[in-house]
Ligand binder design. Structure first.
Ligand code: GRF
Length: 227
């Protein structure tokens, strides 16, 4: 985790949107508990009832709500319900953590530049629901994951952090997805911490990470290895 450059800023208030198992939500909670992430999860909203992510939140005493998209006539009406709940809890940054619904202009305008999502692919390659399978089918040697700011479109917003994951001989979708997921759990809290520190500046399609000088120390990843 990058050393904090603005530790006096208050904890960022998060609203986390989920649809399923919530392992990324768990990684965020764990990073907060370890002191690696200065954030507070004010509210977890699921568009599906009975999912494991809700249980994870409750176990940590975090408020949960189920807002089922099926009960709304339009995407916009559903988003208005999300927005009302998030505003009620003074949420500053919305985290889509395994949230499977596309957001409409209602949410995108209200939280412009303040919605993050994670994608199990190295954007802009392989957007959509089957990034790991698509990467394998294309024979890529390096797969990975991406945290980005949500804009209109599928997995196309300004990129904040990426992690590269080599594809290993004999990988199938399940094994590759599991190794990518481990990296998701590292980079999502990291991206949120950068936001908390006020270090993310969106310039068009690009996110400038202020005060970032460490990346040049990392050796390039070559797969298969060159030596
Ligand atoms: C993750 O691969 C995430 O990138 C994708 O959904 C998967 C499950 O996430 N959007 P989680 O366990 O519910 O956080």
């Amino acid at each position: 985790m990058t050393a904090s450059i603005m530790t006096d800023r208050p904890a960022v208030k998060l609203g986390v949107l989920i649809s399923g198992s919530g392992t990324n939500l768990q990684a965020i909670i764990d990073a907060i508990l370890r002191g690696d992430l200065k954030a507070e999860v004010r509210l977890v909203i699921s568009n599906r009832d009975g999912v494991q992510g809700l249980e994870r939140a409750r176990r940590h005493g975090i408020e949960t709500r189920v807002i089922e998209h099926r009960k709304f006539r339009s995407r916009e009406d559903f988003d208005r319900a999300l927005l009302a709940a998030l505003n009620e809890r003074s949420v500053e940054l919305v985290i889509c953590a395994g949230f499977t619904r596309l957001l409409s202009s209602v949410m995108l305008e209200a939280f412009a530049g303040r919605i993050m999502n994670i994608h199990p692919g190295l954007s802009p390659a392989f957007p959509g629901l089957h990034a790991q399978r698509d990467a394998l089918e294309h024979g890529v040697k390096i797969a990975g994951c991406t945290v980005f700011f949500v804009t209109a479109g599928i997995d196309v917003g300004p990129i904040i952090v990426q992690a590269a994951v080599p594809v290993l001989p004999g990988d199938d979708e399940v094994r590759l997805a599991a190794r990518i997921l481990q990296q998701e759990h590292r980079i999502f809290p990291h991206a949120i911490q950068l936001f908390q520190e006020g270090r993310l500046e969106i310039q068009g399609r690009t996110v400038i990470v202020k005060g970032d000088s460490t990346v040049s120390n990392s050796p390039p990843l070559v797969n298969p290895p060159a030596e």
